[in-house]
Write a protein that binds this ligand. Structure first.
Ligand code: MLT
Length: 392
């Protein structure tokens, strides 16, 4: 037998697995030190009360013959898809419930969507980039081109008519830089995709953090319905990192190479995915109720305040950073010209604070570092104090 040789082209470990391994090795060697983790973007606040009630009610229904449920529908229960469509409508965007697929998160769907595309497509990603887009396309053997995001372009790469791409991954607000596209910038990408017969894979996992008038969905842009797929997640919006639920929207009019993309994805899902459990879909629908939205807003504000605390410390230290406003991530320049992994080790050894080296997100991330605002408040304050003491 032969393995998929494309795996030989991957970096040896997934970025966050590598960070966890290095952190755990440090903790093992220094059991007396208290390490604060602001690396992976994992939430720390509990699920909202209305979400827990729905989860419990859903579980109770499974214990009664009359309300028991077996396999869910592949694309999700109607009530969950209607709740998501209602959420879009509140934000001024119309998508039909039957264009929505309930998923177990944006990571899986952005990683798996390539199943329906040919291996000879050219993939464009921005650099720095969420590693899932890159790794999953390396696994599939696709050619990847990189659109540089730098301080000069505000970490927002724009389309270039001289560069051909068939599949374009955009994440806005961006992981890791926190930069968010405005409507004109997104329109330029939509026009590029329609003109070049490309598809935009739009990751909106951080849309709930937008505070200005940047679009919260690519479908707020004219022309997006004929060129875009949107992925979203309740992980960061509502604390579902462990509960697992997200959604993917594929407009019915999206056609490429003579195929309806919505139908192809349905075919793929029906073959490889048995859906999200009933209690979790009940919990997801509860997020989008009036009460749910009010409750998750409190958690989002808590994380935003953490971001403000981190940002103000960097201001005090005179360290350049972006993000933290439309995003839970702060993207900073490593002090004193340090490299990303060098700064990772320096911070871990001397302040026992874990962040994410920018280099792990791509070449343009060299010399940068990401801190997350998803930590517990007291830990965030303590981490910031330790960083200030170390760098001032
Ligand atoms: C991150 O830290 O970039 C994210 O939490 C990773 C993820 O969502 O998979």
């Amino acid at each position: 037998m032969k393995i998929n040789k494309n795996y030989d082209n991957l970096v040896p470990s997934y970025l966050f697995a590598e960070i966890a391994a290095r952190t755990n090795a440090y903790i093992k060697a220094n059991p007396d030190k208290r390490v604060i983790k602001l690396g992976i973007g994992d939430v720390t606040l509990p699920l909202a009360p209305v979400v827990i009630d729905a989860l419990k009610k859903g579980a109770d229904e499974l214990g009664v013959k009359e309300t028991f449920k077996g396999y869910p529908e592949y694309e999700g229960y109607d009530f969950a898809r209607e709740a998501v469509a209602g959420y879009y409508q509140r934000n001024g965007v119309t998508v039909a419930p039957d264009e929505i697929f309930i998923s177990d998160g944006a990571k899986s769907d952005t990683g798996n969507i390539g199943d329906i595309f040919g291996a000879d497509n050219v993939v464009m990603v921005t650099d720095p980039v969420y590693p899932v887009y890159v790794d999953s396309n390396i696994m599939a053997g696709r050619k990847i081109v990189y659109a540089s995001c730098t301080r000069e372009n505000g970490f927002l790469a724009m389309p270039d008519d001289h560069v051909q791409a068939d599949i374009i991954y955009l994440c806005s607000p961006n992981n890791p830089t926190g930069a968010a596209y405005n409507a004109d910038q997104l329109k330029a990408w939509v026009d590029y995709a329609n003109k070049n017969d490309a598809i935009i894979l739009y990751d909106a996992a951080y849309e709930a953090f937008i505070t200005d008038d940047c679009p919260r969905s690519i479908f707020a842009i004219d022309g997006a319905r004929t060129c875009a797929i949107e992925f979203c997640s309740l992980s960061k919006t509502a604390g579902f990192t462990g509960t697992r639920c997200g959604y993917t929207v594929i407009p019915k009019e999206l056609v490429r190479d003579g195929h309806n993309i919505h139908d192809l994805w349905y075919r793929r899902e029906a073959t490889k995915f048995n859906g999200v459990s009933y209690p979790v879909q009940c919990a997801a629908a509860a997020v989008f109720s009036d009460e749910g939205l009010a409750q998750i807003r409190e958690s989002l504000n808590y994380y935003k305040e953490n971001a403000r605390i981190i940002a103000s410390a960097l201001d005090e230290l005179g360290i350049y950073y972006t993000g933290g406003k439309n995003s839970p991530y702060i993207w900073l320049e490593c002090p004193n010209g340090m490299g990303s992994w060098e700064f990772f080790d320096y911070l871990l050894r001397n302040a026992q604070v874990v962040g994410t080296p920018g280099e792990g997100f791509g070449k343009c991330g060299e010399g940068y570092f990401r801190l997350t605002s998803f930590g517990d408040r007291d830990n965030t304050i303590e981490a910031v104090e330790r960083i200030k003491n170390l760098l001032k």
